[in-house]
Design a protein around this ligand. Sequence first.
Ligand SMILES: NC(=O)c1ccc[n+]([C@@H]2O[C@H](COP(=O)([O-])OP(=O)(O)OC[C@H]3O[C@@H](n4cnc5c(N)ncnc54)[C@H](O)[C@@H]3O)[C@@H](O)[C@H]2O)c1
Ligand SMILES: O=C(O)C[C@H](O)C(=O)O
Length: 308
Amino acid sequence: MKVTVVGAGAVGASCAEYIAMKNFCSEVVLVDIKEGFAEGKAMDLMQTASLNGFDTKITGTTGDYSKTAGSHVAVITSGIPRKPGMTREELIGINAGIVKEVTENLVKNSPEVIIIVVSNPMDTMAYLVHKTSGLPKHKIIGMGGALDSARFKYRLAEALESPISDVDGMVIAAHSDTGMLPLLSKATRNGVPVTEFLSDEQQKYVIEETKVGGATLTKLLGTSAWYAPGAAVSVMVQAIACDQKKMIPCSLMLEGEYGQNDICLGVPAIIGANGVEKIVNVTLTADEQLKFAEAANAVREVNGDLKF
Ligand SMILES: NC(=O)c1ccc[n+]([C@@H]2O[C@H](COP(=O)([O-])OP(=O)(O)OC[C@H]3O[C@@H](n4cnc5c(N)ncnc54)[C@H](O)[C@@H]3O)[C@@H](O)[C@H]2O)c1
Ligand SMILES: O=C(O)C[C@H](O)C(=O)O
């Protein structure tokens, strides 16, 4: 299994590191536009191989996409991250051009590739990849829900004062500060609904902190997060590489599912060797349905700023 990661910055390098550490891929190619940067990151990571016990070969290139030829999976992390006080949506002006150009180069060299879109505003960037790549829809997967769900579980465990391994939960809808929809109604501690343990105030806290999870870290770090994003991508790449058929919330092109059409939004899906194997339709409460529709309206407005 050959994986390309475009963008060797904070998130791209973290993706490459977690993928290599899990030792399920033969090769990871890092691509960046900054001269020597991807080569340097690849060499540094390779020098951890004997220490961390992996055999994945990591190489880097400054924009030579012939080195990515025959990739099974490509992860797009190229583009600028937000600074404190910004929204993800404000990144569209610069990132749309980068994501479009990168997609064209990837598909030219790996026509069978499955693309995982990370660059923000992610739901809109995933939509752009659908509109410009010519790939079938099961081969384009936006990464947001896997990360947001991990943050949801972190906040649930904090409120429950429980180990994170006791809790389960999922975030769907948009990967944005306002459009995330943590499904509290379905979250559990060892199969018991968390609503049985948490007060209304605690429930509200968990939901609000989950939604602004990325903004909170951006404020603390001065740029956006990378460890959990990299780990979330590695889980998705592993689900494809090992044909795990894992249910992961991902930003996918909807054609009637959840009452939406012609939009990429976070929904649970079965991820396996073919990419998206099935979108899972879960029953939402009336309030959740309303919030999902509101998130869709907001993403649709941002999509309207795209020029193909
Ligand atoms: N979807 C998510 O959950 C999620 C999570 C974290 C970050 N992000 C997004 O991922 C993106 C990257 O974040 P980061 O922290 O790694 O930023 P970063 O600045 O550390 O890295 C971005 C890299 O992209 C490279 N790049 C720019 N244009 C390129 C091009 N045309 N071809 C190849 N490489 C190019 C840059 O040189 C840089 O090294 C941002 O848009 C950020 O908002 C999304
Ligand atoms: O918050 C950001 O801008 C980056 C990313 O989308 C995240 O959620 O960490």
